[in-house]
Design a protein around this ligand. Structure first.
Ligand code: 2AM
Length: 177
């Protein structure tokens, strides 16, 4: 059988914002809220591809390289919990148009290439906890982190020795106007 890898397109968070979110998480959520996501693993998924072959990966990378996406500002000022999937997240209260366009293009390219795309609308988020199946009190509004993503990336996800690892395989710029 052809070798496959579990891949997804995502925005990387600047180190400083990753660290600030981790500190904020430590003081604003109960200790046992769920399984905390490691600092370096914090990311915002744009399109999940699933387990795909090297050929399909190459084709999707070529398509991604043709995207001309203007840069946008992203403000993370919202938090929520999805009990069914056990996810606690932060994300933008108002998703910038550029972010939605970029995710739409990547998701459409993925779908056309045969990668199943969930019918649910894209809800941009950064997962902070997994296995959070008991409702927790969410932090009061007032927090926010803003940054200007300058690139998006293809990630490979692997699970080794009980830990999830994400590796950036390739990056593409968001264009300044
Ligand atoms: P999540 O954080 O909400 O679980 C790598 O698994 C990334 O792809 C995660 O950010 C995950 O979102 C996202 N993702 C989207 N659809 C997925 C799926 N069907 N299976 C696993 N991860 C998925």
């Amino acid at each position: 059988m052809a070798e496959t890898r579990r891949l997804f397109f995502a925005l990387t968070l600047p180190d400083k914002i990753q660290s600030e979110i981790i500190s904020w998480r430590a003081t604003h959520f109960p200790y046992a809220a769920g399984k905390p996501v490691a600092r370096a693993n914090l990311h915002l998924t744009l399109a999940f591809l699933g387990d795909i072959s090297v050929e399909k990966q190459r084709a999707l990378c070529q398509l991604a390289g043709r995207i001309r996406q203007s840069a946008f500002n992203l403000c993370l000022d919202d938090a929520g919990q999805w009990l069914r999937s056990g996810v606690i997240w932060v994300g933008p209260r108002h998703a910038p148009r550029g972010l939605l366009q970029l995710a739409d293009m990547l998701r459409a390219q993925a779908a056309r290439s045969g990668c199943y795309q969930a019918a649910m609308p894209f809800h941009p988020h950064i997962t902070l906890y997994r296995q959070a199946t008991q409702a927790v009190a969410l932090p009061a509004p007032g927090f926010s982190w803003s940054f200007r993503p300058t690139e998006f990336a293809l990630y490979a996800s692997s699970f080794k020795q009980g830990r999830t690892h994400y590796q950036v395989l390739e990056k593409w710029p968001c264009l300044e106007q």
